[in-house]
Design a protein around this ligand. Structure first.
Ligand code: S3P
Length: 750
C-alpha cells in the first residue's frame, strides 16, 4: 500500500537493525523525499547506499540533520545525550525528533540535560517492540515491525500533529501503535521484558557457576531451554537497559522476590491447597493471556483467526454423542462454590472460554480453584464475605452471563472493581442489570458508549432488598439481582414476564440457600450463607441443539445425544422441533445433581414443516433459534417467529445476522423487529439440497457459526464460515463431534 509523502528529509542517527528496517519502510513506500544517515562506520554508510536505503551518508550528526523534518535516533540509549548535543545547533524548529530505545525515562532525562525543562515540541520518544537476534544494516527487514507494537510516549508539551505523523509512519510499517506515559512505559517494560531477561541471565549464571555445570547443562531439558533462551541476548545492550531503567527494574525485582517468598513458604509448609491455588492461578492466567501474547488484541478488534469450510455430499449423520457441560450451570457452579463455605466439587464442567472467564475472575479475587481437569473442578469456597479485591480489571471475554451475574455479586463487595470484555461483549447492553442494582443502592456505571461495558463498580455500599418487575425475560438479569440480594438487607424479589431458565434458583437451593418461587415471582432474604456441595453439570441442550437440527434435516440421520439437561425452562427446542414434525424422542429420563437429564434420540425420517412458533416457547429456546432457523429453511412452508426481540442483543444481532446468511445461501426470509419470517424450501419426501454455497460471516458469534455448519448438510456447494474461533466459548469439541457424525468440515487458521 503506498502512502502520501510524509516527510521532506528523514535523518537517521545510527543505522542498525531497527533504523535500517524503518529506512526500508520509508524507501519502499516513498514516505520521504530524501533519507540520510550518520554513523561512525564508513562501511555501514557505503552498504546503506548500495542497498538503496539512504541518499547521503555523514559522519557528523549535525551535518546530517540539516533541513531534516524527522530525526530518528536509532542508537544505544546511552548515546542519546551526546547525539542530541551534536544536533541541537542545527535543528529545524518544526523538526520531529524520535528514538527507538527500549527505556524511555532516561531518554527524556538526556533530552532535558541538553534542552532544559522546555523540550522541543517535536520531541516524541518511541519504542518499537520488535527485534531479532541479528544486528546491523544488512539484518534490517521491511516487515520487521509488521504486527508488532510500537509504543510512543508523547510528553505534555508534545505537538499533536507531530504525534499523528509519527503514528502514520509506524502504521505504514504495519505496526500497532500505542501511546502511553513515559513512567508507565518503563514500569510495564520492566515487568514484561526486563525482569524476564534478568531472571534468565540469573538462572543461567547460577547454573553455570556450579562445579557440576557440565552435567547440569547436559541433562537440562526443554524447560531450561525455553526459560533460558533470552539469556543468549546481547550483554552490552542488557547492561545498558538494566542501568537505564534501574528504578523500575528494581521495583519489579522486589515484587518478584516477594512472590518467590510466598512460593517458598507454601512449599516449606507443605500447604498443598495453597500451592495448587497459586499454580492453577498462574497457569490459567498464562492461558488467558495467550491470545494477547499471540498478537491478538481481543479487546480492540474483532479478531478473525479461524474459518470452517463445510463440503457438500455428507453420506451419513449418525452416532451417539455426549456434548460438553451446560454453560449456564458451569458459570453458576463456580460463582456459588466460590462464595460458599467449604468445598464444592464440580463434574461435567464446560471447559469453554466463557465458563473459564468466570473461573479466572474468581481466581483473581483470591479463590483457590483446582482444575478444570476432564471436567472436574474443586472450589475452596471463601464464604460470603471472603472475596478479595482483584489486582486489575476482570476480563470477561465473550461472556454476557459472567458480566451480568458478576455485576450483582461485585455490587455488594467491599472493594471497587471493573469488568471488561471482547469486541462482541463490549457492544451488549449492561444497563438492564445496572439499573435495578442502582435501585438496591449499588454504585455501578456502564462506561461504554451506549450503556455498554466496561462496567465499573464502587464497593462498600450496603444494598437494600427491592422488588423488581423485569421488563424483559432475562435469566441473566434475574440472576444478577438475586445474587446481589444475598448481601442485601431484607427481601429481594423479581417477577419475570415469562419463565426463564431457573438454574440460579435451583443451584442456590442445592447450596442450602432458601429461594421462594410463587408463580413468576422469585424471592430470597439476604444475609444467609451458602454451603459447599457437589454439582454434576448436565450436557448442554444448547450445544445438543445443533446436532438435533442436523439430524432433523438429513435423510437417514440417526443421532443420540446422551445425558442432556432437560430442565423444563430449557426445552423449547425439543417442543418446537416436535411441532415441526421432527422424529424426536426423549429417552431414559432421570435426575442428576438436581437437574433432570435424558438421552435425546432424533432421526431424519420426514421433511419438517413450517410453523408459527408459540411465543411462550421463546424464552425456553432463546439460544437455539439460530439452529432452528436452519431447520425452518429446510422445512416445507413458512415459519414465523415473533416476540423474540431479545435475539437482537445476543453475542450478535442474531435476527439480522441469520437473515443475511440465509439470504446469501438462497433462502427467502424477512427479518422483523422481534422475529423473522422464513420461507422454507423443503418439499415432503425430497431431501435434495436447499442451500446454495457461499461465505458466511459469523460476527463473532459461536451459535451463528455452528448453525451454518449444519446448513452444510443440505447445501449444493461448499459453505465457508468466517470467524469460527468463538465456537470454543461454548462448545470446544464441536468440530470433533460434528466430523465424527459425518459432517465434512474442514478447519483452517487464517
Ligand atoms: C443465560 C441466559 C440467557 C441466555 C444466555 C445464558 C444464563 O441470556 O441467552 O446464553 O445463563 O442466565 P438472557 O438472560 O440475556 O436472556
Amino acid at each position: 500500500m503506498s502512502q502520501a509523502v510524509l516527510f521532506e528529509k528523514v535523518a537517521f542517527i545510527g543505522l542498525g537493525l531497527i533504523g535500517s528496517s524503518l529506512a526500508r519502510v520509508i524507501q519502499a513506500q516513498h514516505l520521504a523525499k530524501s533519507v540520510v544517515a550518520s554513523t561512525r562506520s564508513v562501511k555501514t554508510l557505503q552498504d546503506a547506499k548500495q542497498l538503496g536505503l539512504i541518499d547521503a551518508g555523514f559522519h557528523d550528526a549535525g551535518e546530517a540533520i540539516k533541513g531534516a523534518d524527522l530525526i530518528v535516533l536509532a542508537l544505544p540509549v546511552q548515546a542519546t545525550q551526546s547525539a542530541l548535543e551534536k544536533i541541537k545547533p542545527f535543528l529545524r524548529e518544526d523538526a520531529i525528533i524520535t528514538d527507538v530505545g527500549s527505556t524511555k525515562g532516561n531518554v527524556v532525562d538526556a533530552a532535558k540535560a541538553v534542552f532544559g525543562e522546555n523540550l522541543p515540541k517535536g520531541f516524541i520518544p518511541g519504542h518499537p517492540i520488535a527485534g531479532s537476534e541479528h544486528s546491523g544494516v544488512h539484518a534490517g527487514k521491511v516487515d520487521l515491525f509488521a504486527n508488532h507494537k510500537v509504543i510512543l510516549t508523547p510528553l505534555q508539551g508534545s505537538d499533536k500533529e507531530a504525534v499523528q505523523k509519527l503514528i502514520q509512519l509506524w502504521q505504514a510499517a504495519q505496526a500497532e501503535v500505542i501511546c502511553m506515559d513515559v513512567d508507565r512505559h518503563d514500569e510495564v517494560l520492566a515487568h514484561t521484558s526486563h525482569l524476564p531477561h534478568l531472571m534468565a541471565f540469573n538462572l543461567v549464571e547460577q547454573l553455570a557457576s556450579r562445579k557440576d555445570n557440565l552435567d547440569i547443562f547436559r541433562y537440562a531439558a526443554g524447560g531450561f531451554r525455553d526459560f533460558s533462551r533470552i539469556a543468549a541476548s546481547d550483554p552490552q545492550m542488557w547492561h545498558d537497559i538494566f542501568f537505564a531503567n534501574k528504578k523500575a527494574i528494581l521495583n519489579a525485582v522486589a515484587g518478584f522476590e516477594q512472590q518467590l517468598q510466598q512460593f517458598k513458604q507454601v512449599i516449606e509448609n507443605e500447604d498443598s491447597q495453597k500451592l495448587m491455588g497459586m499454580l492453577g492461578h498462574a497457569r490459567a492466567a498464562r492461558q488467558h493471556f495467550n491470545h494477547m501474547l499471540a498478537n491478538q488484541p481481543l479487546m480492540e478488534n474483532h479478531t478473525v483467526t479461524q474459518q470452517f469450510t463445510i463440503l457438500p455430499g455428507t453420506q451419513k449423520f449418525e452416532g451417539k454423542f455426549t456434548v460438553p457441560g451446560d454453560k449456564s450451570v458451569s458459570h453458576r457452579s463456580i460463582m456459588f462454590g466460590a462464595i460458599a463455605e467449604g468445598t464444592t466439587h464440580v463434574t461435567g464442567f464446560l471447559e469453554g472460554e466463557d465458563a473459564l472467564a468466570t473461573l479466572q475472575a474468581f481466581r483473581d479475587m483470591g479463590v483457590s480453584i483446582e482444575g478444570p481437569k476432564n471436567g472436574e473442578v474443586t472450589i475452596h469456597g471463601v464464604g460470603i464475605n471472603g472475596l478479595k479485591a482483584p489486582a486489575s480489571a476482570l476480563y470477561m471475554g465473550n461472556s454476557g452471563t459472567s458480566m451480568r451475574l458478576l455485576s450483582g455479586i461485585l455490587s455488594a463487595q467491599q472493594f471497587d472493581s471493573v469488568m471488561t470484555g471482547d469486541a462482541s461483549l463490549s457492544k451488549r447492553p449492561m444497563e438492564r442489570i445496572a439499573k435495578p442494582l442502582r435501585l438496591m443502592g449499588a454504585k455501578i456505571q456502564t462506561t461504554g458508549e451506549k450503556g455498554t461495558p466496561p462496567v465499573s463498580i464502587t464497593g462498600s455500599q450496603q444494598l437494600q432488598g427491592i422488588h423488581y418487575d423485569l421488563p424483559m425475560a432475562s435469566a441473566q438479569v434475574k440472576s444478577g439481582i438475586l445474587l446481589a440480594g444475598l448481601w442485601a438487607n431484607g427481601e429481594t424479589s423479581v417477577t419475570e414476564p415469562e419463565p426463564t431458565r431457573d438454574h440460579t434458583e435451583r443451584m442456590l437451593r442445592a447450596f442450602g440457600y432458601e429461594v421462594k418461587t410463587e408463580g413468576n415471582k422469585i424471592s430470597l432474604i439476604g444475609g444467609e450463607k451458602l454451603t459447599g456441595t457437589d454439582i454434576q453439570v448436565p450436557s448442554d441442550i444448547s450445544s445438543a441443539a445443533f446436532f438435533m437440527v442436523g439430524a432433523a434435516i438429513t435423510q437417514g440421520a440417526d443421532i443420540t445425544l446422551e445425558a442432556v439437561g432437560i430442565n423444563p425452562t430449557r426445552t423449547g427446542v425439543i417442543e418446537i422441533l416436535k411441532q415441526m414434525g421432527a422424529n424426536l424422542t426423549v429417552e431414559n429420563e432421570r435426575i442428576a445433581g438436581g437437574e433432570p437429564i435424558a438421552d435425546i434420540h432424533i432421526r431424519g425420517t420426514q421433511t419438517l414443516k413450517g410453523i408459527h412458533i408459540p411465543e411462550d416457547q421463546v424464552p425456553l429456546a432463546i439460544d437455539e433459534f439460530p439452529a432452528l432457523f436452519i431447520a425452518a429453511a429446510c422445512a416445507e412452508g413458512e415459519t414465523v417467529l415473533t416476540g423474540a426481540a431479545e435475539l437482537r442483543v445476543k453475542e450478535s444481532d442474531r435476527i439480522q445476522v441469520m437473515a443475511d446468511g440465509l439470504k446469501l445461501l438462497g433462502i427467502q426470509c424477512t427479518p422483523t423487529a422481534d422475529g423473522i419470517i422464513i420461507q422454507g424450501k423443503g418439499k415432503a419426501g425430497d431431501w435434495s439440497p436447499v442451500f446454495a454455497g457461499g461465505q458466511i460471516e459469523s460476527h463473532h458469534d459461536h451459535r451463528i457459526a455452528m448453525s451454518f455448519s449444519m446448513a452444510g448438510l443440505r447445501a449444493a456447494e461448499p459453505i465457508t464460515i468466517v470467524g469460527t474461533e468463538t465456537v470454543a466459548t461454548s462448545f470446544p469439541t464441536f468440530t470433533e463431534l460434528a466430523t465424527q457424525a459425518g459432517l465434512l468440515l474442514q478447519v483452517s487458521n487464517i
